[in-house]
Design a protein around this ligand. Structure first.
Ligand SMILES: Cc1ncc(COP(=O)(O)O)c(C=O)c1O
Length: 451
C-alpha cells in the first residue's frame, strides 16, 4: 500500500487536469482516485485498494477490464498497422468489423459509417438524416424529434436532442431546436396504467405532434428501452414497435441510439430486438470495443446510402470525417469483443446474473425511501425519494447520491448515482458474490444518504 504515491498523484492531477462532468471544487474534499491497473470487474488504486467497477467505467467495459482476447488482438494489431486514414484507404479490421456488425444487427442495416465516440455517432446520424432528405428533394425537413429525459451526448448536435437539464440548460442558446415528445418512461405511468398503457398513451401524444410537424421533421431519435443518463428510466418495448409504425406512416427516419444499451445490456444483443424492429440508423459505441478504445459506428440502410451515391458529387456526398475514423486498433478491439459475444454464452450467463441481481435487490423495494426498483437485463436502478408514498424527490441540492458515491469508495465499490438514482451496470464478468457485495454497499450507502 502506497498512500503517499496516491496522494502525490492526486495533487499533481488537481494542478493540471480538468476532469469531465466534474465541479472541480468538489475535489478539495474528495481526493481524485489514481488508478494503477484494472482486471475483470476491479480497478486497483495506487492507494493499494481495489474498487468494484459497478458502472463499467461509464458503461464501456462490457466484458471486464483487460479481457485476454481483446488484449491479444490489440498486441497483434500493433505489430501490423497502427493507423491509416480511412479516406482513399481501407484495412481488414474496418472491413471485417463492418461485415460483422451488418451480420448481427437487425435486418436491413447494410452500411457502416465509423466515428470516434458516442456523441460523434449521433452527429453523424443527425447529419445523415437531414442530408438524405435534402438529397431526395425534401430540404424543408430540418428538425428532429427527441424524447423528454433522453440523453445523446454533449457535442452541440447531440446535446440539442438531449433533454437532461444538467447538461442542456447552460448551452441552450447554442443549440438546434428539436421538438420534444413525452417519454414513455414507465415510472411516470398513471395509477393502474402500467408500462404498456403508458407507452400507448405516449404514442398517442407523439402522433399528435407528428400530425402537426412531420413535414418539417427528419427523424425521431430514441434510446431504446432505457433512458440511461436521464436516470435509468425504462419503457415498454411496445413503444418502440409503435414508434417504428409511426415513423413509417409519416415517412420519417427512426434513429436508435444503442450507444449505452447495445451488445447485450438489456438482455438481447440489441434492445431493438425486443420490439422486433429495425431502425433507419443504429448508433453504437461504448461496449463496442469492450471498453478499451474509443470507436463508434452508425449503421444504415441501402436506401439511405443510395441517396448519397452520384457520379458527380454536387453536394450529395456525405461530408463528415474524424482523423481517427475507423482506427485499426479500435476495430480489432471491437472484433475481439464481438468474437467473445459470438463464441461464449455471454447472454445466457447474463440472464442468470440478472436474476441473481433482481433477487438481491428485491428487499430494497420495501425501503421507505425507495419509490422504484427497476431492471432491464444487466441494468438495475433504485429511485431514492423523500417518501415512497408521495414519491416526492429529494432536492437536487442535497446531493444524496453523492453520499452513496462516497460510501461506495470507502467500501471499495464504484457506484456513481445519477442524481438520486443509484444504479448498477456492471461488466458481464461480475460474479454472484461480487453482485452481493455491490448491492450490500449500495444498501448501506442508501441508509447513510437518507439520514
Ligand atoms: C445513450 C447515449 N448516447 C450517446 C452518448 C454519448 O457518448 P460519448 O460519451 O461517447 O460521447 C452516451 C453517453 O453516455 C449515451 O449514454
Amino acid at each position: 500500500m502506497d498512500t503517499s504515491l496516491a496522494n502525490r498523484l492526486a495533487a499533481r492531477d488537481l494542478a493540471v487536469v480538468w476532469h469531465p462532468c466534474t465541479q472541480m471544487h468538489d475535489h478539495e474534499t474528495l481526493p481524485m482516485l489514481p488508478v494503477a491497473r484494472a482486471d475483470r470487474a476491479w480497478l486497483h488504486g495506487h492507494d493499494g485498494r481495489r474498487y468494484l467497477d459497478a458502472v463499467s467505467s461509464w458503461w464501456t467495459c462490457l466484458l471486464g477490464h483487460r479481457h485476454p482476447r481483446i488484449v491479444a488482438a490489440l498486441k497483434d494489431q500493433l505489430d501490423r498497422l497502427d493507423h491509416v486514414m480511412l479516406a482513399g484507404f481501407t484495412h481488414e479490421p474496418a472491413i471485417e468489423l463492418a461485415e460483422e456488425l451488418v451480420r448481427i444487427t437487425p435486418a436491413g442495416l447494410e452500411r457502416v459509417f465509423y466515428a470516434d465516440n458516442g456523441s460523434s455517432a449521433i452527429e453523424v446520424a443527425l447529419k445523415l438524416s437531414f442530408h438524405y432528405w435534402r438529397n431526395v428533394g425534401r430540404g424543408e425537413r430540418t428538425r428532429f424529434i427527441a424524447l423528454t429525459g433522453g440523453y445523446h451526448g454533449e457535442t452541440l448536435g447531440a446535446l440539442s436532442v438531449t433533454d437532461v437539464a444538467l447538461y442542456r440548460e447552460t448551452y441552450a442558446p447554442l443549440l438546434l431546436e428539436p421538438l420534444f415528445a413525452p417519454s414513455p418512461d414507465a415510472y411516470e405511468a398513471l395509477p393502474g396504467e402500467g408500462a404498456a398503457g403508458c407507452a400507448r398513451r405516449r404514442l398517442g401524444e407523439l402522433r399528435a405532434l407528428l400530425e402537426r410537424h412531420a413535414r418539417e421533421t427528419c427523424a425521431v431519435i430514441v434510446e431504446p428501452l432505457v433512458q440511461c443518463a436521464g436516470g435509468m428510466r425504462m419503457h415498454h418495448p411496445d413503444y418502440l414497435t409503435g414508434l417504428r409504425l409511426l415513423c413509417d406512416e409519416f415517412d420519417l427516419h427512426l434513429i436508435a441510439d444503442e450507444i449505452a444499451v447495445g451488445f447485450g445490456r438489456t438482455g438481447s444483443l440489441f434492445a431493438c430486438e425486443q420490439a422486433a424492429i429495425a431502425p433507419d440508423f443504429l448508433c453504437l459505441s461504448k461496449g463496442l470495443t469492450g471498453g478499451t478504445l474509443p470507436l463508434s459506428a452508425v449503421l444504415t440502410t441501402r436506401r439511405i446510402y443510395e441517396a448519397f451515391y452520384a457520379e458527380y458529387s454536387a453536394g450529395k456526398a456525405f461530408l463528415h470525417s474524424h482523423s481517427y475514423t475507423g482506427n485499426p486498433l479500435a476495430c480489432r478491439a471491437a472484433l475481439a469483443t464481438l468474437q467473445v459475444l459470438r463464441d461464449e454464452p455471454v447472454l445466457e450467463r447474463n440472464r442468470a446474473l440478472a436474476a441473481h441481481l433482481a433477487a438481491r435487490l428485491a428487499p430494497l423495494a420495501d425501503h421507505p425511501n425507495v419509490a422504484d426498483v427497476r431492471q432491464a437485463g444487466m441494468i438495475a436502478a433504485i429511485e431514492l425519494v423523500q417518501d415512497r408514498r408521495t414519491r416526492a424527490p429529494f432536492p437536487a441540492s442535497e446531493r444524496r447520491g453523492l453520499r452513496v458515491y462516497r460510501h461506495g469508495l470507502d467500501r471499495g465499490a464504484v457506484l456513481r448515482p445519477l442524481g438520486n438514482v443509484v444504479y448498477f451496470m456492471p461488466p458481464y464478468c461480475i460474479t454472484p458474490d461480487e453482485i452481493d457485495f455491490m448491492v450490500e454497499v449500495a444498501a448501506e450507502g442508501i441508509d447513510l444518504a437518507i439520514t
